[in-house]
Each structure stands twice: as C-alpha cells, then as structure tokens.
Design a protein. Structure first.
Length: 333
C-alpha cells in the first residue's frame, strides 16, 4: 500500500521529450511530446539511493500534481463521466441498463460541445468535485542544431535533419509534481526527466484521509487515475485478462465502459551499456476511464492480483498501472 508522497519541484525547466526530426509536416506543434515523467523515471531516483532489496519491492503510482503549499490535496484526473462546458461540470453521466446508454441526470443523451483535454480535481473532492483545473504547466519548444559527435559543429554528413526540437516544460509558480510510493526517498536535489534538469525532492507520509480512500474497495463503478495496461507481454486489452487452460479469459464481467483513445506506454528497462533498453511499446487505457461491472469488486486496487498486469522486467503493477478509485453507489436505472 502507498505510504508516502514524493513531491518534486522544478528548479527551472523540465524536459518534456524531444520532438520528431524537423520536417515540413511537423515544423509546428509539439510532435511526440510526453509529460509528466512516468513512474519509471521516478524509479530511477530510487535506484541511485536505496538498497537493491528495497528496489525489488518498490511500488509507485502517478503522475499527479499539487500546489506546493498543499501537497496532501493533490490533483488526480477527472473521470470521463463528468462532462464540462466552459471549465465547469455540466453533466454527470449514469448508465441506463434498459437502453444500454450513458445518460445525464435527467435521463437524456448529452448533446452539444464539451471541453476536451486533461482536467484535474483534488483528491479530497473525489466523491463530490466542484472545481476543475487544467494542466499547471506549459511547453516551451527550443530549436537545437544537430552536432557531430566528435566536434561542436553542424552535422552536415548525416542523413538526419540538421535541426531537432526540444520541448522543455515550465511548471507554473508554486506547483509541483506528485507521485505515490510505498518506500521513502531521501530529500534533496536530483537530476530528473532527462537533459540533466534539476529538481528539489521531498518525501512526506500520505494523509490518513487519503489512505482511507485508497483502501476502499472499488465496487461496481470506478475510475482510473493512472493509465492502465492489461493483457500479456505482447497484447494489450481494455480490461484485465487471466491465462487459464492455454486461453486468455476476462478477469471481470464488464457491463459498460467510458474511455477515450488509448495512450502509448513505454519505459526504459536499464542495462549496463550507454544505450538503455526500452520496454515493448504498448497501448494503455487512459486515466479518467470509467468501468461499470456486473459484479462488485470487493478489493481496493492494491490488493488486485499481479496476474492481471503484464510483466516485462517488472510487473506493470509496480508502475501503478490502472490505479482505480470507487465512484460511489451505482446510479444506473
């Protein structure tokens, strides 16, 4: 179970990820960006500071964010059954089993344009959110020349483009990134997120109210607050699978689901050479996805079996995949 908050405050820019090589079709925009850093990146901080035995039992989840003066009330992704207009909650969708549709409180099908993109609510308002916030960071792209390996001059002999785009990220003032962990981390300054950017890291115990929330069984209706990767080491599914009698079978009986386009999921496996090995590229169910099951799950996420998650070097549950919280009583008609 998670016991600690890892609070990461940027000491300048953070690195979002390098964009693709500059070509006519992607010279504008943020092609190929990835932010905030995944829990696998946070695991690298532990690898440099704690014993190997503790690394083996490490459990992480995130990313989330908070205001620096109130890290215990951190922000988690808004479930997809909340529909927003002009930044405010307009409808809360409920499943109508008679017509097999998601409907509004009045029994109507939602119409009109609704806000898209990442939206966040505080963990303390999980069951009754009132205010919704956008991402507390902005991208600041920088063009860099591609230099030769041995000399600081433009690489004109390579068949690659001579310029590349770095998408640095600037956190808004007085905000920080938040990750959950079962293992404490020493306070201090660390290099984090690539390109040698420095961050200030603090570790505090999670508030008792948050512990109680994460200890609640997810029940029949719940939402993901981190991306979820289900399935085997090669195949990705929209829900957990179990392998029995040489066949993959559903781990639970799903009645309905609210989700959006899958997200790419990948992390570095480490290694002894200069080039670190990468995990297999996977597709993850995005955070905010809502599941409605026919039978209640009487366990909180941290008691779900590891067999529901793929394993590649580490079991994906180690990275907090599919961390879920109950959405309360099922209100379908």
């Amino acid at each position: 179970m998670f016991e600690f908050l890892i609070i990461i405050e940027a000491l300048g820019f953070l690195y979002g990820s390098a964009g693709r090589f500059l070509e006519a079709e992607n010279i504008v925009g943020r092609s190929g960006t990835s932010f905030p850093p995944s829990t696998a990146t946070v695991s690298g901080l532990y690898a440099a500071t704690i014993d190997t035995e503790l690394i083996a039992s490490l459990q992480l989840a995130g990313p989330f964010w908070a205001y620096s003066n109130e890290p215990q009330n951190f922000y988690v992704p808004l479930p997809f059954n909340y529909l927003l207009q002009d930044g405010e909650i307009k409808h809360i969708l409920h499943w109508n089993s008679k017509v097999q549709e998601w409907q509004t409180e009045t029994g109507d099908f939602p119409t009109g344009k609704f806000d898209r993109g990442d939206r966040w609510i505080t963990i303390k308002s999980w069951h009754q959110p009132q205010q919704v916030h956008q991402n507390p960071w902005k991208y600041l792209p920088h063009l860099h020349p591609r230099l030769e390996l041995q000399q600081r001059k433009l690489d004109t002999h390579s068949d690659r483009s001579n310029l590349f785009l770095e998408n640095a990220v600037q956190m808004y003032p007085d905000t920080c990134l938040i990750y959950l962990s079962n293992t404490p981390l020493n306070d201090g300054w660390y290099r984090f997120g690539g390109e040698g950017h420095m961050v200030d890291v603090r570790c505090v115990e999670i508030a008792c109210s948050t512990q109680r929330l994460f200890n609640q069984p997810v029940g029949k209706l719940f939402a993901l607050i981190t991306p979820a990767v289900w399935g085997s080491t090669r195949l990705s599914y929209s829900e957990p699978m179990t392998y029995e009698d040489n066949n993959w079978e559903l781990a639970w009986d799903k009645e309905a689901m609210l989700t959006e386009r899958p997200k790419t999921f990948r992390y570095r496996l480490g290694g002894s050479g200069k080039t670190k090995r990468l995990s297999r590229g996977r597709y993850a169910v995005p955070s905010g996805s809502v599941y409605l099951l026919k039978e209640s799950l009487k366990q909180p996420w941290h008691k779900w079996p590891e067999l529901w998650f793929p394993t590649e070097a580490y079991n994906f549950k180690r990275w907090g995949c599919g961390l879920a919280l109950a959405l309360g009583e099922e209100n379908s008609s």
